[in-house]
Design a protein around this ligand. Sequence first.
Ligand SMILES: [Zn+2]
Length: 280
Amino acid sequence: MKKLTAIVSIFVILTFSFHEIAYVSSSPLLHHAKQVHEEKSSTVRNLEQDQKHAGEVHCSRERSRAARKVIEQYLTPFVERENYHFSRNCRLHPENDIFRDQEEHKIFVDRHDWRCGYCRKVFREEKFLDQHFDNRHSNLLNVSHDNCLADLCGALHCDAVMNSKFSRTKCYPAAAAKNRHLCESLADSCFSISQGPSASCLHELFIHQFCDAHTCSGKQKPFSRGGKEQSSFFRLAAGALILVLLPVFYLFLYLVQSDMKGRTQELRRISKAGWKVKPS
Ligand SMILES: [Zn+2]
């Protein structure tokens, strides 16, 4: 009897496991499950890798990205207008960025389709591609001193593009002074006044755009000289929408008015008829 029970239970377990395997392999979610597993294992690998490289790379990818965004948005348009080229000593030189090569090998297809430009692997989110870069292509990092853009975040107001609540955070005068000093030294090393009119013009712009706002008075806002026109597309779209909606609105008004007119005339007719009928 005991034997029979054991055999039956083994049979049930085997059938159940087979069913599970068959379900998973026939499931359309197989690809997804595989990807999730891959991501999980890649996270584990990433942690191991992080521990291994803990002594090598001390640069935040996220903050470096924010610094790059600030530079591209609020400085590059002016630098290009002046046709100015950064010297290699300037920390804003594109080559002085640890993650530049990897960022240039990011292929964005859509929100849930990010590809690695080195090996063409596909990822659902940008953060998984970042982890993949850390795991598989960290040998391509341009590791040398003074090329971590995240270190310039204090001077460049990265928080303004990373966190919308930045203006509400408390201001510390000592930190503001330190950031201003870093900001001014960046201006001096990248736009040396002795290099000519373009450099001195950009030096002045850099001070206004980034350094003047490093104060706790709150009077100066960063990026006071503006940046790349990103809103032009939206402005154009809004204009087009208004142009389309305006005639529709007037047509609606006209229809409502004519309908009201019709109803008042009808009411008048009814009341007149009522008056005529009453005396008889
Ligand atoms: Zn890859």
